[in-house]
Design a protein around this ligand. Structure first.
Ligand SMILES: Cc1cc2nc3c(=O)[nH]c(=O)nc-3n(C[C@H](O)[C@H](O)[C@H](O)COP(=O)(O)O)c2cc1C
Length: 187
């Protein structure tokens, strides 16, 4: 049976109905060079279209960025507690830096709160470079070199709604021409 709504329509609705900040967190797993998975919580920042991709902001010094250099496979798992829906994304990840992506990084940096920006200066090896002349703290208006955006290009979406009985599970697969095909799965 062909599903009535695409995963994009479902995700937009889930985001619209989600009123708590926690509903913007999802789990992102990468694999190290031994194939061992590492999972962590990240904040959803943006959904790009053509191709569909989840964007998050991160720090180049974190392991996830290193993992993506040798293995681009990423699994994302996002649960919306209010609508009781789970999205599992199979993605290809790429780390976007200031070289070639300045405007994108700048836009995301400007959207971060001050505490959010300060995280990027923790354990700064060369902290003195970032202190202003008065030594009051970091100049937070410009993003530091370790700031990056990670783009997770979505290749498959495993959607599950447990809001009603029976549960609804749909696998959305991307075709080679970029179109999406969804099929209902039981269970
Ligand atoms: C609620 C919450 C939100 C988080 N959001 C992010 C995020 O958007 N980007 C990020 O790099 N780390 C985020 N973190 C921290 C990561 O979970 C992780 O601890 C950190 O990125 C280091 O992970 P890694 O070295 O395995 O890459 C968040 C943690 C929590 C608890």
């Amino acid at each position: 049976m062909i599903p009535e709504r695409s995963w994009q329509q479902r995700l937009h609705a889930s985001l619209t109905l989600a009123t708590t900040p926690e509903n913007r967190y999802f789990q992102m797993a990468t694999c190290d060079e031994h194939g061992i998975p590492h999972n962590r919580t990240v904040v959803f920042r943006e959904l790009e279209s053509s191709p569909e991709a989840l964007l998050i902001v991160s720090d180049l010094r974190t392991e996830k960025c290193q993992h993506l250099q040798s293995n681009r496979n990423v699994s994302g798992c996002w649960y919306f507690s209010q609508t009781r829906e789970q999205y599992r994304f199979a993605c290809q990840g790429e780390v976007l830096t200031s070289s070639g992506h300045h405007n994108l990084l700048e836009a995301h940096w400007q959207r971060l709160s001050e505490p959010g920006r300060q995280q990027y200066f923790r354990n700064q090896l060369h902290a003195s470079e970032y202190f202003d002349c008065s030594g009051r703290g970091f100049p937070l208006e410009n993003y530091p070199p370790q700031f990056c955006v990670i783009r997770l290009i979505i290749e498959r979406v495993d959607y599950l709604s447990v809001a009603e009985q029976p549960h609804e599970r749909i696998m959305f697969e991307k075709s080679s021409d970029g179109s999406w095909l969804g099929s209902q799965i039981d269970p």
